[in-house]
Design a protein around this ligand. Structure first.
Ligand SMILES: Nc1ncnc2c1ncn2[C@@H]1O[C@H](COP(=O)(O)OP(=O)(O)OP(=O)(O)O)[C@@H](O)[C@H]1O
Length: 329
């Protein structure tokens, strides 16, 4: 005796525990079921896992001989946060890496791009030094880090020193390769820009327009003059500045516990007020931050005072993202 064909509602009930609201009622014709799954926001593994489990559940329904699954996904509306500085060595990469980790802990789906062609340091900071990204149809697949953040770095694309002679358009196109990669469900890309305010940086940020920028500076006057130039750079490209972070602000001696301010104090906060931009906070000069960074263990992933500090910075960036409308929305 022929088994009566299951109804679409029966089929839907069979997969509901697996697919939730992601499946429309399946269609069935002569034992062949077609199912459309909305996989927006799922990782590649999550998508495949859901499709496989739904297929198995449908195959177990009497009267089903074959299952075809089509997956659809809305385009992920990805935003870029650029981390810039007027000059090198102020801790821009350290901040970018820890900000990415802290934003992920705050619930964002974050990826990290190291666009610093002059000295890419993100692979070391995130413990994936020497790991090359694979490519699928010329699209790079970001490298997953122990902190759970996917990263791509200029250092993975070019030999050391090779990019030094690049002009703006070349750097912008290389950055494009990093940004237009297989980021999956990543909604926020933190981009560590090269230090300085030259054509390379301008060409990069005008072509790959960030939603906002975070500027890093040390408290010294000189660094602040450089930071002001970095702010001008973003103004020229019409990129809103989210705020300024003061790094290496005050030193707590690990031996005597006494605090001192080798680079002065409060300069960045005053400068931010003068320039009419937000002040996001200060990070002390802390040997523990340097040793953890060198060991590829971003302190933002831990649970000490530095983690709390980075969580505070990320919270402010998070709030800014929440209250800043996306273009066209
Ligand atoms: N607050 C801090 N306390 C102690 N060390 C720090 C701090 N911030 C950064 N460093 C150390 O300073 C060095 C430079 O930092 P980082 O590479 O992040 O700077 P950068 O601005 O990205 O430099 P570059 O422009 O050369 O890429 C690193 O060794 C880093 O560990």
């Amino acid at each position: 005796m022929d088994i009566p064909a299951p109804t679409p509602d029966q089929l839907l009930a069979a997969i509901a525990p697996i697919t939730g609201s992601r499946a429309a009622a399946p269609r069935i014709h002569q034992g062949r079921v077609s199912l459309i799954l909305d996989v927006t926001g799922l990782s590649a593994a999550g998508r495949d896992g859901m499709a496989e489990a739904a297929t198995a559940a449908l195959r177990a329904v009497p009267g089903v001989a074959e299952v075809r699954v089509a997956m659809t996904s809305e385009r992920v509306d990805r935003r870029i946060i650029a981390v810039g500085s007027g000059k090198g060595g102020v801790g821009k990469s350290t901040l970018a890496a820890n900000l990415a980790v802290a934003l992920a802990r705050a619930g964002r789906r974050v990826g990290l791009v190291d666009a610093d062609i002059y000295g890419p340091s993100v692979p070391r900071l995130m413990a994936v030094e020497g790991t090359r990204p694979e490519a699928e149809d010329k699209t790079l697949i970001p490298v997953m880090t122990p902190a759970g953040i996917p990263v791509l770095s200029m250092g993975q694309l070019v030999r050391p020193g090779q990019a030094l002679a690049w002009r703006g358009p070349m750097a912008a196109s290389a950055l494009g390769q990093l940004i237009d990669s297989a980021w999956g469900d990543v909604e926020l890309l933190v981009v560590d820009l090269p230090p300085g305010t030259g054509d390379v940086q301008l060409s990069m940020i005008s072509k790959w327009r960030p939603a906002g920028a975070v500027i890093v500076s040390t408290p010294q006057d000189l660094a602040l003059i450089d930071a002001t130039r970095a702010i001008d750079l973003f103004n020229q490209a019409n990129v809103p500045v989210i705020g300024l972070v003061e790094n290496m602000a005050g030193y707590l001696c690990p031996h005597c516990g006494k605090g001192s301010d080798p680079f002065g104090q409060g300069g960045a906060e005053a400068a931010a007020a003068r320039l009419g931009i937000g002040f996001l906070g200060r990070i002390p000069l802390d040997i523990a931050l340097r040793t953890a960074s060198d060991a590829g263990q971003p302190p933002a992933a831990g649970d000490d005072a530095l983690a709390t500090l980075f969580a505070g910075l990320a919270g402010q960036v998070n709030d800014w993202l929440d209250r800043t409308p996306r273009p066209g929305v």
